[in-house]
Design a protein around this ligand. Sequence first.
Ligand SMILES: [Zn+2]
Length: 295
Amino acid sequence: MKKLLYVEGDLPAALLAQTGFDSAANDGQTETNSGASEAILDELIACEFARFSVNDYRGLPNAPAFEITGGTLPAIISAPHAVTSVRDGKIKPSEDYIGAIALTVAKRTGCHAIVATRTDTGDPNWDELASSPYKQALCDHVRANGIKLVIDLHGMVAASPALVAVGSADGETVSHAPGLDARIASLLRDELQAYSTRHDKPIVLNGQYAARGHNTVARTVARECSISALQIEVATQLRVPARHKGHTPKGEKVPFSGKQLPAELAARKVADPAAVESLIGALCKAVRLALGEVG
Ligand SMILES: [Zn+2]
């Protein structure tokens, strides 16, 4: 079985020119033994290449800094770190596949989406609202479309102590739906238990990554728009569906120096597309459960 996974070197011109989400290229360079949905993974991987990983995860030069796609349900999936960002003047590496996963979850559920698509001057999960076009646009879109729920997706490195980290700033971002954060964490534990056991990593609520910073996307939109928001961080083991031939991923060189690198390379060497498919399914269920409570 031949499938398009990571491509070494330059991308095909046709793929570079692609900015849509539906078409997929397949040059048969690498393969996988996954039993997961091939069509979905092809789409996920083609989407990642076309929109996020190009130019070492800085996006296409002529792309907007972020894109918003419409939906039919009153929820929006956010991925502010889908490409490399700049935090306090320093490069903050991208979070591989989080942009493509966000778009896939949005498409499957009928939610809206906002994803970073080109490296800009800032970091939407760090900058003040007044200097963050991403968060301003998100808040405007939430208000204009009656959106009641924001899921802000992020990626953690393989060495993270948790497999998935749900954050609500200790309940603040779900103050209109008390306990929603715990119920979402519980759902994700149920859905992803096999992976949690396999990797010996828990699925945590309000641990190390809890969206507590004043300017996080989740806290900002919950505060400014008086709606519910959750931050969900996913470790490499659940979000990277393609092995990378043992190389450090392009665009992720900075955080994987030193002691984090061996764990990262090991996780990518056994990259498991079925795990990513399971994550996407679990996130879709989480969105539906949450919307049932706040929608
Ligand atoms: Zn992030």
